[in-house]
Design a protein around this ligand. Structure first.
Ligand code: SF4
Length: 220
């Protein structure tokens, strides 16, 4: 079943209501996006941002500096992102991969074929599909749609996907129905995160939702 028109209308309604989200929030470089994506796993963005700011203030937000930094130096700085010991290991693992495969060069990584890069990223320990796709879309400007818990909740409630749908199935709904457009994918996912965070919460506030006229699960 085609959802092309419906998805574009949903995006249009979100954009009209919330405005362009301008993602990735506050990032000064693609490398910062990668590190932000690793730190944002399982935590609110405000916590991840504090950890990003600490790394920047310590002068470690560059591929060479972060690659050379010891775990003992990184861990206390990223403490606000929670699970900081585990995330320190993830950062070290990613930096090793980034050095071995791309010589710490974001341009080189971004020139990789998207399918090849995705496969390689998924081979890095602790790096799942959502984080890999976030790096592809937001750090490498590749047309890959990011799926997260908000996407699952909102689009299951809306009636476009089934409640038990898995990552690949949900991603295929977006990527097979929308034009292959990184600008659209970038902002659509950002809109979804904002809607899930502010409106379509665990307890949804449907009367404030820009999708309330067409959503299956709206509360009357
Ligand atoms: S109308 Fe309600 S359930 Fe539907 S997307 Fe909006 S907030 Fe979520």
């Amino acid at each position: 079943m085609s959802h092309k028109k419906e998805l574009l209308e949903i995006y249009g309604a979100l954009l009209a209501c919330f405005g362009h989200r301008g993602w990735w929030p506050g990032a000064e470089s693609p490398f910062e996006v990668v590190i932000g994506a690793l730190l944002a796993q399982n935590v609110a963005w405000a916590n991840a941002k504090q950890a990003v700011d600490n790394l920047k203030a310590a002068g470690l937000m560059s591929p060479e500096k972060l690659y050379a930094a010891h775990a003992e130096e990184i861990a206390p700085l990223i403490r606000p992102s929670r699970f900081y010991n585990m995330k320190t290991i993830k950062i070290k693992d990613f930096m090793r991969f980034f050095n071995d495969e791309y010589d710490l060069d974001m341009g080189g990584m971004a020139r990789e074929e998207p399918g090849v890069l995705r496969k390689k990223l998924l081979g890095v320990k602790g790096l799942g599909k959502e984080t890999a796709d976030t790096i592809l879309c937001y750090a490498c400007d590749m047309p890959v749609f990011v799926v997260d818990a908000y996407t699952k909740r909102i689009f299951a409630r809306y009636g476009i996907i089934s409640p038990g749908a898995e990552y690949d199935e949900i991603q295929a709904v977006f990527m097979s129905n929308l034009p292959e457009d990184v600008v659209l994918y970038n902002d659509f996912h950002a809109q979804i995160v904002h809607l899930g965070n502010a409106v379509c919460k665990t307890d949804p506030v449907c009367d404030r939702c820009p999708l309330c006229r067409t959503c299956d699960r709206r509360r009357d």
